[in-house]
Design a protein around this ligand. Structure first.
Ligand code: NAD
Length: 231
């Protein structure tokens, strides 16, 4: 069965009511990312960082997958599909996709600050100061912050290097190493870019099919095309 690798970013969740990052002048929900999404920000003010992610989680609890997420579930009925997401929300899971690699962590999980192997599900939306791991240390959001290692990148490289087709959806491709992943796709493998801001100046590599549409429109279109051209 053909393998399709899908790289998603914040844009696929925009129509589910979750704000993207770069569409807001470098501010994320009104916050400077250096304050809320870096190890330095955490050292300076952990309570602010916890509160920031609590609010994102509260919003995320109510969010529902949109037609873009759902079309990727349909794609699984016809192809082997691997989703590599930069998103920390759980909308691919809520939609029902099976194979999901979270490059930048998951907002509904927490992690020990002294043992990164201790990862827990968060029930509801709150993670607070004094919430500790089983070794007694403060819990932090299970998120890869700017400047931190991306442990899942090697698995992601292996997956994309073996792809028969690649879909890139709703990402500004500004965050590395995720942005470099497409460079590992085989040179003869078709690449589809679905993003309302895709234009002639968007250079990723040769022979990219650019679909300048929102995810809810562009993803079902490409999925339909892939399925109908399958044989
Ligand atoms: P980004 O904010 O840098 O870029 C968003 C992209 O989505 C833009 O290219 C924009 O044109 C496109 N877009 C806007 N509306 C769209 C729509 N309706 N359909 C399809 N595309 C649309 O996002 P990024 O490249 O993912 O990088 C931001 C980083 O911040 C990520 O690494 C992620 O970890 C984090 N983040 C995550 C979430 C989330 O989990 N949903 C939300 C915001 C930020």
């Amino acid at each position: 069965m053909k393998k399709i690798v899908v790289l998603t970013g914040a844009g696929i969740s925009a129509e589910s009511g979750i704000a993207t990052f770069r569409d807001a002048n470098g501010l994320w929900e009104g916050h400077d990312v250096m304050e809320v999404a870096t190890p330095e920000g955490w050292q300076a003010n952990p309570a602010l960082v916890l509160e920031f992610y609590n609010q994102r989680r509260k919003n995320g609890l109510e969010a529902q997958p949109n037609a873009g997420h759902l079309a990727l579930v349909e794609l699984e009925k016809h192809f082997e599909v691997e989703i590599i997401t930069q998103n920390v929300d759980n909308l691919h899971e809520k939609a029902g996709s099976s194979n999901i690699i979270h490059l930048h962590g998951e907002i509904f999980k927490s992690r020990s600050t002294i043992d990164s192997g201790l990862i827990y599900d968060i029930e509801g939306w709150e993670l607070n100061m004094e919430d500790t791991c089983e070794k007694g240390s403060q819990l932090r959001p299970h998120i890869v912050w700017f400047g931190e290692d991306v442990p899942m990148i090697e698995v992601a490289v292996e997956k994309i290097a073996d792809a028969d087709a690649v879909l890139i959806i709703g990402t500004s491709l500004a965050v590395y190493p995720a942005a470099g992943l497409v460079g590992y796709a085989p040179s003869d493998c078709p690449v589809y870019l679905i993003d309302p801001n895709a234009n002639d100046l968007t250079v990723i590599r040769d022979n990219v099919h650019k679909i300048a549409e929102k995810g809810s429109v562009g993803v079902p279109k490409v999925v339909e095309e892939l399925i109908s051209n399958k044989n």
